[in-house]
Each structure stands twice: as C-alpha cells, then as structure tokens.
Design a protein around this ligand. Structure first.
Ligand SMILES: Cc1cc2nc3c(=O)[nH]c(=O)nc-3n(C[C@H](O)[C@H](O)[C@H](O)COP(=O)(O)O)c2cc1C
Length: 177
C-alpha cells in the first residue's frame, strides 16, 4: 500500500470482527515492526504474542480505564524492551510499536496501542499497583524487560472514519516565523 495511504487509513480500532488473525499475517507484521531503528542498533525490543482468549481477558483487566476493549481482541502483542541492552529501551519500543501500527494497517488489520509502562491499575490510585507488575504476575516476562504497551490486533468490525482534521501548520515552525 502507498505509504501516504497507510498514514491516512491508520486509526486506533477498538472493535474487532470475530475472526482470528492468521499466524503468517501477524508474523509478517511483527517482522516489519522490528525493522524500526533502535539506539546504537541495540534491537532491544521484544514482541510477545498472546492469542489465548482467557489470557487476553486477564490482560484486559490490567487497568480500570482504557484497556477493557482488549478482551475482544483476537490477538494482543506486548511490546517489551530489554532494560539491560540500552537506557533508551522505551524509545526503541515506542518506535517498534508505531511501526507495528502502520504495518498492521498495510496488512489490512486493525490495531490499537494500550499503554502499560508507568500506568496504575486503578485510575483513582496513581501511586498504587501498576499495570506492568500485574502483567508480570501471570505472564513469563523476564525481569530485565520493561513492558511499554500492549497492541491489540484484529480485523476491523466497521469502516473507520478518516482521521479528524487538525492543523499541522500550527505545529510546524519554520525559521522565518
Ligand atoms: C502513547 C500512546 C498511548 C495510548 N494509550 C491508549 C490506551 O491506553 N487505551 C486506548 O484505548 N488507546 C490508547 N492510545 C490510542 C490513542 O487514544 C489514539 O491514538 C488517539 O486517540 C488518536 O486516535 P487515532 O489513533 O485513531 O488517530 C494510545 C496511543 C498512544 C500513542
């Protein structure tokens, strides 16, 4: 797909058709995402695929805000970063996650980023238990890896509206301005 078209089509999709994502399709998307640049070529990002509905339902309960929709996702990809490989593991993981969203769009899939790192389980208890520790309680995430986010992946259940317009010119600052 034309790159500009991918940028236009990409939306955060939170409702999915009851259809599994083929393993080869997802594998190709994940391999594309891992081509993203990384600090000093450290390739510190790891992608953990979860397709078991019960485990996905547990992941969906990691926060009491903004993660419940994950329950109906056919696949969830945890974006993890090796903290021992580089101090920029979050940045590296964010670029992989972003590339994953674009590659998913290119493959005709729908996806949505759900943040994990630094997010509390309960919105009203910002200093309380965190979503990342909750995930560690039932997933085999190595100690040296941080979890930046979960990306839900599926096929869209509807035709998403185009991106709402916003003024890009207000955010571009040329020297003469
Ligand atoms: C860093 C980051 C964190 C996000 N966290 C969540 C989240 O926890 N839950 C959620 O439903 N969407 C989350 N999103 C998706 C945004 O809400 C979404 O990108 C934004 O509303 C713009 O919509 P669009 O992606 O369709 O353009 C996140 C996106 C980013 C980039």
């Amino acid at each position: 797909m034309d790159f500009k078209r991918i940028l236009e089509l990409r939306r955060s999709i939170r409702k999915y058709a009851p259809r599994a994502v083929e393993r080869e399709t997802l594998e190709a998307v994940l391999r594309a995402a891992l081509k993203a640049p990384s600090s000093r070529n450290s390739h510190s990002t790891h992608l953990r695929v979860v397709t078991d509905p019960e485990t996905i339902a547990r992941i969906a309960r990691m926060r009491d805000y903004g993660s419940a929709f994950l329950e109906k996702a056919p696949a969830v990809v945890l974006v993890e970063g090796d903290r021992e490989a580089t101090d920029l593991w979050r940045e590296n993981a964010a670029i992989v996650a972003t590339t994953l969203l674009l590659a998913a769009t290119d493959a005709g899939l729908a996806a949505c980023w759900v943040h994990v790192h630094g997010r509390p389980c309960l919105r009203e208890e910002p200093q309380g238990a965190g979503a990342e520790e909750y995930l560690r309680s039932f997933l085999p995430i190595p100690e040296q890896r941080g979890v930046l986010c979960a990306v839900a992946v599926g096929y869209s259940d509807f035709e998403p509206a185009p991106l709402p317009p916003f003024d890009a010119a207000e955010r571009i600052h040329w020297p003469e301005e």
